[in-house]
Design a protein around this ligand. Structure first.
Ligand SMILES: [Zn+2]
Length: 65
């Protein structure tokens, strides 16, 4: 039997999956897997842009013009 933990899980902004482990960036949540993947992704890697775009959503919830 699993002991009932109060880990509800949160939706990761990068992979959009509900994960229990991760970090909080402002009001958003990034799971440990994505965090590690980001750390291991070289800045010249096309995937890096993807991550950066995701993170931009965190910093700029609204666009002022
Ligand atoms: Zn994730």
């Amino acid at each position: 039997m699993f002991t009932e933990k109060k880990s509800v899980g949160e939706v990761c902004i990068v992979c959009n999956e509900v994960k229990n482990l991760g970090i909080h960036l402002y009001t958003s949540f990034i799971c440990t897997e994505c965090e590690l993947e980001m750390l291991h992704t070289d800045t010249s890697n096309p995937n890096y842009k993807f991550f950066v775009q995701r993170l931009k959503k965190v910093n700029t919830p609204q666009i002022y013009s």
